[in-house]
Design a protein around this ligand. Structure first.
Ligand SMILES: C[S@@+](CC[C@H](N)C(=O)[O-])C[C@H]1O[C@@H](n2cnc3c(N)ncnc32)[C@H](O)[C@@H]1O
Length: 260
């Protein structure tokens, strides 16, 4: 695939640097966040979500899509580990293995989030260091756009999942690649159980989180990097926000299942 090597190197360098250069222990997420639909709002969610409520909700309402209690969960692309910590403590899986390509992110997450059923490991989505047929649920949040080969990732997910296991995935694509992505999922050998355009939920999150996100950037990022980082973080007015708003990019949530 064209540019596959560039995507791999870019993801590795960017996310290694981010965790190394900004080791803030109260910054736990790197997704654009989610505001739930009326029908989804659950009283279950802890009320005092002061740390990055909207990115945590992205994980919460994704995890709610499949059974998790007492099962074995693998997350691919766990970043700073906030989602792993939330699912491992709230949904109580037997084990939660959170894997990321960036060793510095793995080290940081392992220091911040300590739970008996949670471990952080380094690994590549395109060659997952986990036994075949050993995982009940794979979680993948806003990460697979960065992989050199999404097909390789999906074949690895199919390999590690037990029969009947689920892949819970959220990510974005531009309008000229969204159909390619949907075809990759449909041709993965897993069954697509749910497909939902959640762009409006993400736009709403970006808007509602803007004030606190901007304050966080001012507090954590050196002045000369703030503009660039605001683009990366997707503040209101960033290219990411504008393209989601004008429909030239969309954000999707999928549930896939390996046949029993
Ligand atoms: C936008 S961040 C999202 C992090 C986390 N899921 C969250 O929502 O906070 C994307 C993550 O994917 C990871 N990543 C990129 N390419 C990867 C690969 N080939 N294998 C595993 N992780 C990868 C990056 O290191 C980064 O931590």
């Amino acid at each position: 695939m064209r540019f596959a090597w560039f995507k791999r190197v870019n993801a590795k360098v960017t996310y290694e640097l981010l965790a190394k250069k900004i080791p803030a222990t109260d910054w736990h997420f790197m997704n654009y966040g989610y505001v739930p639909n009326e029908s989804e709002i659950s009283n279950d969610l802890p009320a005092n979500l002061s740390i990055q409520q909207f990115p945590l909700q992205m994980y919460h309402y994704l995890a709610a899509k499949s059974p998790i209690k007492d099962l074995h969960v693998l997350e691919v692309g766990s970043g700073r580990g906030g989602g792993a910590k939330h699912i491992a403590s709230f949904f109580k899986p037997a084990s939660y293995t959170a894997m990321d390509l960036a060793q510095s992110a793995v080290d940081l997450a392992g220091k911040i989030h300590v739970l008996p059923n949670l471990k952080f490991i380094q690994g590549n989505a395109e060659s997952i260091p986990i036994d075949s047929n050993s995982v009940d649920v794979v979680v993948n949040v806003e990460s697979c756009h960065a992989y050199g080969s999404v097909e390789k990732f999906l074949s690895e997910v199919k390999r590690v999942l037990k029969p009947g296991g689920h892949l819970l995935l959220v990510d974005f694509r531009s309008d000229n690649t969204i159909n390619i992505f949907k075809d990759q999922l449909r041709n993965s050998g897993l069954e697509v159980m749910e497909e939902e355009d959640i762009s409006k939920n993400v736009i709403s999150s970006i808007e509602q989180e803007d004030e606190s996100k901007t304050a966080r950037i001012k507090a954590l990022i050196p002045l000369k990097w703030q503009k660039l980082f605001s683009e990366f973080a997707g503040v209101v007015g960033s290219r990411f926000y504008l393209t989601l708003k004008d429909g030239s990019r969309s954000y999707y949530r999928f549930v896939l299942k390996k046949s029993a």
